[in-house]
Write a protein that binds this ligand. Structure first.
Ligand SMILES: *Cc1c(COP(=O)(O)O)cnc(C)c1O
Ligand SMILES: [Zn+2]
Length: 429
C-alpha cells in the first residue's frame, strides 16, 4: 500500500523589499529608520510585487487564527520562532442590522470589533509587527509614545517576551489606560504635557546613547509598526468571503490606520486575492471636535494640516499634529470618501448607540466612529445603499468614565416579589 504524505509546507519568505519615502520616493534598505535623509519625509515599507502575488487564499486559510496568517504579506515574523507577539487579530466582524436601521443605512452594515484583541485595542496588531521587526534588528528594550492603548499593548508584549519596556504617556490619561498598562510591570512615564509633547520627547530620547538599544515602536521602527494596521483590511476582506466593502469608516489619530486599510485593499487587488467592488471602495475618516486637524483640512480644501491643541474625551485620538494626516487626506480624496467630526456629547451618544444596537461596548474612539457614521448618513456623504464596515478600535471598559454618569441601574427594588411588582417588573400594563 502506498502512503501519500502531503507536500511539506513551503517556508514563507519575507516579501519586504525596501523602505521608500512617502515624500520624494527615495529608497533605503530595510532598517530601523523612519525619516528620509533627502527630504525628511516618512518612510514606508515596499514589497516585491511577485512575493505578494505568490500568496494564496488557501495559504492564508491554512495559517493560524490570528494576524500571522498574513505573514506572507508582512515585513516581519515569517518564522514563528522569531515573533514577539500576543497573537492578536481575527477579531469578530459583526453584522449590525439594528445599527444600520437606526442610522438609516439600507445596505449591509458590519462592525469590525478590534476591542477583542488581547489588550483590547487594534494597537496589538501594530505592536506585534513592530516588535518582531525590532528584535530581528537586535533591539533589547522596547518603548513608545502613546495616547494610551499603544502603551498598554507595548507593556503587555514586553511582559510576554521577557523584554524590559518603558512607555511614555500624557499625565492626564484615563485611569483605565494607566492601570491596564502599569500592571504588566514595565516603566510607565507620565509626562506633564500633551501627546505631541510626549512624542517630541521620545524623538529626542531615541537619539541618545542611552536609548541606542531601544526600539520605540512608533518612532525608529515606525515603518514596520504602521504595516501591522494593514491586517485589519486583510481580515475584513477575508471575513467577507474575499470581498472589499464599498465603504469603510475609520477613526483617525495620526491618520495611519486609515491609510493602511486603504493600502491593504490596494495590495489585495494587486496580488490577485480580491476583485475591487464595482465603482471601487470609499474611505471615510472620523475625528472628535476636540482634535480634528485632518477633518478641518479636508473641509477647508487644503493639503497642509494646521496642528491643534487637543481637548475632549476621545483621548486615544488626541494627536494634534498627525504624522500621516496628509496621506489620510489623499486616500479619502482619491477614493471619493469624506471625513467628519463629532463633539463629546455625540461621542457619548455614539458609545450608547453602538452598545444598545450591537452589544459592543466601545471606548471613546468607537463612540466617535459610530457617531460619525450617523452624521455621514444624515448629511448624504455615505451611500445608504452601499455595504459599509465601521471599525471599533478599542474597549469601553478602559474609558468607563465617559458614560458612567449617563447609565446605571434602571430600577432599584427591595428583594421581594411585591417590590418587583410595584416597580413594574412583572407586567407592562
Ligand atoms: C491609536 C488609535 C487609533 C488611531 O490610530 P492612528 O493610526 O494613529 O490613526 C484609533 N483608535 C484607537 C482606539 C486607538 O488607540
Ligand atoms: Zn524623501
Amino acid at each position: 500500500m502506498t502512503v501519500t504524505t502531503p507536500a511539506p509546507a513551503r517556508a514563507i519568505d519575507n516579501p519586504a523589499r525596501a523602505l521608500v519615502c512617502r515624500g520624494c520616493g527615495s529608497e533605503f534598505p530595510l532598517a530601523p529608520q523612519h525619516a528620509c535623509w533627502q527630504c525628511f519625509g516618512p518612510l514606508e515599507v515596499a514589497y516585491h510585487p511577485d512575493a505578494l502575488r505568490s500568496v494564496t487564499r488557501e495559504q492564508i486559510a491554512a495559517g493560524p487564527p490570528n494576524l500571522w496568517r498574513y505573514a506572507g504579506l508582512l515585513p516581519a515574523g515569517q518564522d514563528p520562532a522569531t515573533r514577539v507577539t500576543l497573537d492578536p487579530g481575527l477579531t469578530p466582524l459583526v453584522r449590525a442590522d439594528a445599527l444600520a436601521a437606526e442610522v438609516g443605512l439600507r445596505a449591509r452594515l458590519w462592525v469590525k470589533d478590534d476591542s477583542a484583541n488581547p489588550t483590547h485595542s487594534f494597537k496589538d496588531r501594530v505592536v506585534s509587527v513592530a516588535l518582531t521587526a525590532a528584535r530581528a534588528f537586535g533591539f533589547t528594550r522596547v518603548a513608545c509614545a502613546s495616547t494610551g492603548n499603544l502603551a498598554n499593548s507595548v507593556a503587555a508584549h514586553a511582559a510576554r517576551a521577557g523584554l524590559p519596556s518603558v512607555v511614555f504617556i500624557p499625565a492626564d490619561l484615563e485611569p483605565g489606560k494607566v492601570v491596564t498598562t502599569a500592571v504588566y510591570g514595565g516603566d510607565v512615564v507620565a509626562v506633564d504635557g500633551s501627546y505631541d509633547d510626549v512624542n517630541r520627547l521620545c524623538g529626542e530620547l531615541v537619539e541618545t546613547d542611552e536609548f541606542e538599544d531601544t526600539a520605540f515602536v512608533n518612532v525608529n521602527v515606525r515603518p514596520f509598526y504602521a504595516e501591522g494596521s494593514r491586517t485589519l483590511g486583510f481580515e475584513v476582506a477575508e471575513q467577507l468571503g474575499w470581498r472589499i466593502p464599498a465603504q469603510v469608516v475609520i477613526p483617525m489619530a495620526s491618520g495611519e490606520l486609515l491609510t493602511k486599510v486603504d493600502k491593504a485593499f490596494t495590495e489585495l487587488v494587486a496580488a490577485g486575492l480580491v476583485e475591487p467592488p464595482d465603482g471601487g471602495w470609499r474611505v471615510f475618516g472620523a475625528q472628535a471636535a476636540g482634535c480634528n486637524p485632518i477633518v478641518a483640512a479636508l473641509h477647508a480644501g487644503v493639503d497642509e494640516i494646521a496642528p491643534v491643541k487637543p481637548t475632549g474625551i476621545a483621548k486615544s485620538l488626541n494627536i494634534g499634529d498627525p504624522a500621516a494626516g496628509r496621506y489620510a487626506l489623499a486616500a479619502v480624496r482619491r477614493t471619493g470618501g469624506w471625513m467628519e467630526y463629532v463633539d463629546d456629547d455625540e461621542i457619548r451618544d455614539g458609545i450608547r448607540l453602538l452598545g444598545r444596537t450591537t452589544g459592543i461596548f466601545a471606548e471613546t474612539a468607537g463612540g466617535v466612529t459610530a457617531a460619525v457614521l450617523g452624521k455621514l448618513v444624515r448629511t448624504g456623504r455615505l451611500d445608504p445603499d452601499a455595504e459599509t464596515v465601521v471599525f471599533n478600535t478599542g474597549e469601553g471598559l478602559k474609558t468607563i468614565e465617559a458614560v458612567s454618569s449617563l447609565v446605571g441601574p434602571t430600577h432599584r427594588v427591595a428583594p421581594s416579589l411585591r417590590a418587583a411588582r410595584e416597580a413594574g417588573l412583572l407586567g407592562r400594563a
